[in-house]
Design a protein around this ligand. Structure first.
Ligand code: PLP
Length: 393
């Protein structure tokens, strides 16, 4: 056990089973451990480091802002926050922005907003329908929203007001809708649940249903947003416009940030009804603004589409070669391969030994979510390592 692993087991709450590596440095799609060992990073902080590690544009924005103004309360106007709000609104179908510190907190705010909407427009309706297999965060409210028994069971009883229904079934949403329903919350594609894609019409039909019933559609784009699927936001690929959208992860390229975005028609918060001490502070907003501006100015989404297609093709080659790979799925640079038995942990460990970081999204599936700026060369490198590892399985 290394000195750092000893410190962790002595002082840190054991809420995660860590990979036995202490990372000390990152650059682009690569990270280094405390022994100087290099790894190709196809986890990217769980789909966070959109521009890779320590991209100069982000590092410089952070350094400059750190020397200028880090944090004041939201009683004051601050410039990076407003620049970020402007660029987000100008490039999306939403009209207004609130900035939080994380994804779960953004979703909590989105549900609060939907409940306020319910009070204003739906005779006090407060219930939110979500999908089984979804993941919306770790707060108690979001544990109730996330349709995963393993996250819910340890914390029963859960807060009321959430109904989990079968994923990818419009009928399930329809039959769960009552006069208490104020919103439906969905990930456009389930990330943590295993990179589960819906049928092409699912979101469109859910949106039509929401419109018919006068309830809100909240899209949780915390994992899919900011270019990850090959468009700036995933909703663009499914032909729907959400009433509320949440972002986090890739938005800040590593700094803790989340956003609630809303259409004017659902923007019912009044002063004092929601807030945050740190949310939207100049430091994180400078990093997020630099990230988003870089992604837009450099058409990074085009790279995601091209490299994503190439990566998918190379994974398909592996599937043709190894009969125990049963599926290759995903969009853009959020991809997964599934095995016919539970070998993901072993494959992950062998990848690690060979200098590649990947994520085990299910006991029988690996997820890949590399930085959005990688090229085909890095894909080839990852595929060569995977090929070598899988050959030995
Ligand atoms: N929503 C989705 C779709 C996520 O993938 C995640 C995190 O994995 C969250 C919400 C929670 O975000 P955070 O960990 O920043 O609270």
């Amino acid at each position: 056990m290394s000195k750092w692993q000893e410190l962790e087991s002595k002082y840190f709450m054991h809420t995660v089973n860590r990979v036995p590596v202490t990372l000390v440095k990152g650059e682009g799609a690569r990270v280094w451990d405390d022994n100087g060992r290099e790894y190709l990073d196809f986890v990217a902080g769980w789909a966070v480091n959109s521009l890779g590690h320590c991209h100069p544009v982000v590092a410089e924005a952070l350094a400059e802002q750190a020397h200028t103004l880090i944090q004041v309360s939201n009683q004051f106007y601050t410039i990076p926050q407003l620049q970020l709000a402007e660029i987000l609104v100008q490039h999306s179908c939403l009209d207004k922005v609130f900035i939080s510190n994380s994804g779960a907190e953004a979703n909590e705010g989105a549900v609060k907003l939907a409940r306020r909407y319910g009070k204003h427009h739906l005779k006090g309706a407060y219930e939110v329908i979500s999908a089984i297999g979804s993941f919306h965060g770790r707060t108690l409210g979001m544990v109730a929203a996330s349709g995963q028994v393993k996250h819910q069971e340890p914390y029963l009883p859960l807060p009321i007001g959430f109904v989990n229904v079968e994923y990818n079934s419009v009928a399930a949403i329809k039959s769960a809708t009552t006069d208490k329903t104020c919103a439906v919350i969905l990930e456009p594609l389930q990330g943590e649940g295993g990179v589960n894609l819906p049928d092409d019409d699912y979101l469109k039909e859910v949106k039509e249903w929401c419109e018919q019933k006068g309830i809100l559609l909240i899209l949780d784009e915390i994992q899919t947003g900011v270019g990850r699927l090959g468009t700036l936001f995933a909703y663009e690929q499914y032909g729907v416009e959400p009433d509320i959208m949440t972002l986090a992860k890739g938005l800040g390229s590593g700094v803790p940030i989340g956003t609630i975005m809303v259409k004017d028609s659902a923007n019912v918060f009044a002063p004092g009804e929601h807030g945050s001490t740190y949310g939207g502070n100049p430091l994180v907003c400078a990093a997020a603004y630099a990230t988003l501006k870089y992604i837009i100015d450099n058409n990074v989404v085009d790279n995601v589409r091209k490299v994503g297609r190439y990566f998918t093709g190379r994974l398909e080659e592996l599937k043709n070669k190894y009969s125990f790979i049963t599926d290759v799925r995903g969009r853009g640079l959020l991809l997964a391969i599934e095995f016919d038995h539970e070998i993901a942990a072993d494959v992950l460990n062998s990848c690690l030994e060979n200098g590649l970081l990947v994520n085990r999204v299910k006991p029988n599936a690996l997820r890949f979510m590399p930085p959005l700026i990688i090229g085909n060369g890095e894909v080839d490198e990852a595929i060569n390592i995977l090929d070598k590892v899988l050959a030995a399985v």
